[in-house]
Write a protein that binds this ligand. Sequence first.
Ligand code: CUA
Length: 350
Amino acid sequence: MARFLKLRTPILTVALMALLLAVLSACASPQNTFDPKSDATDSILTIYILVTVVASVVGFAVLAAMVWLIIKFRAKPGVPAKQIHGNTKLEIAWTIAPIFILLIIGIPTMYWIAGTAEDPAPNVLEVEATGHQWWFEFTYPGMGLDGGDLITANELVIPVGRDIRVTLYSDDVVHSFWVPQLVGKTDMIPGRTNVLQTFNAYEPGLYYGQCAEFCGTAHALMRFRVNVKTSADFSTWADAHNAGPAAPEPGTAAARGSLGFATCSGCHAISGTAAQGRIGPDLSLFGERSTIAAGILDNTDANLKAWIGDVRSIKPIPEGARFMPTFNDGTLDEGQIADIAAYLNSLTAE
Ligand code: CUA
C-alpha cells in the first residue's frame, strides 16, 4: 500500500497530462501556428520544425551519452575510479560538431530572414493598420473615393493569392499585430512606422487576429479578423464600400436608425453618408462583419444592442477613457438602440 501511495503521484501526473493533451488537440484552433495559411507562416513553421528536430536529436544524444558514462564509469567495489585529465580528440570533436549543428539551423534561418526583406510582387496591396485602445483601424491608401483612403475597422479584408504589405502605426500606446495563421507578430509603436513582413494568403476564409502586447485593461479583448476573399469578392466589397449604402426603405427600423445614427456620427463614419466622425471605428459595410466589439462577439442583433447600450458591461473600459459612452443610461431608449442596430446591420454589400 505504501508503495502504491508513493507511485500514485507520478501516475496521476502522467494521466492528467495525457488527458490535457487529448483535450487540447481536440480544440478547434483558429490561432494554431501549426496550421499555416500563408507563405509567411509556412516558412515560420518550417524553421520551427527544423530547430525542434535538431534540438531533440542533440538533447537525446547528450542524455544517452550521460547514461552510458554513468554506467560505464560507476564506482565498483575494489576498483578505484580512473582519473582522466583532458582528451584532445574529444575536445576537437565537440568543438566541430556544434559548428555543423549551428550551420544546419543557421543557414536556412538566415536565408528566410533575408527573404522577409525582399521586394513584394508589383501588384502588392498596401494597407495601413493603426492600433487604438482598444480596436484596430485599417486604411487602404488610394482605394477610396477619388483616389482617397478607404477606411474600415476590426476586420481586415484582403484578396487571396496577392502579396499584402501592412504598415503599422499606433494612436496611443504600444500594441502588437498578430494573425497566427497568416503572419508573424510585429509591434505597433506610437511615433514609429513598422512594416509587417509581406504575406500571401493561400485560401479564402476568416482568420483570427489579436493584439499581442499588453495595452491596458481591455488588451485581452482587443482582437480582429482577417477576411480573405477571392479577388472578385474583394473588388465587390471595395466598390460597395465606396458607393455607400442605399437609402433604407421608409418606415422601417433601419430607416429610423439611420436618423438616430446622428447621435453616433460625431465619432463614427459611414462611407457615402453624412456620418464622417473619425474618433471611433469606421462602420461602413458594418452588416458584412462577422464580429463586433473588436472581434470578441458574434455580430448578432442581441450582442449589438447590448454593445451599443453599455460597452462597459462587456469590456473593462475605465471611466474617462476615450471610448464609446454608455447610451442606455437614458441617452437612448431600447427602441432607439434597436433601430440603430437594425440600421448598422442593413449596411451590406448587396
Ligand atoms: Cu492593444 Cu494589447
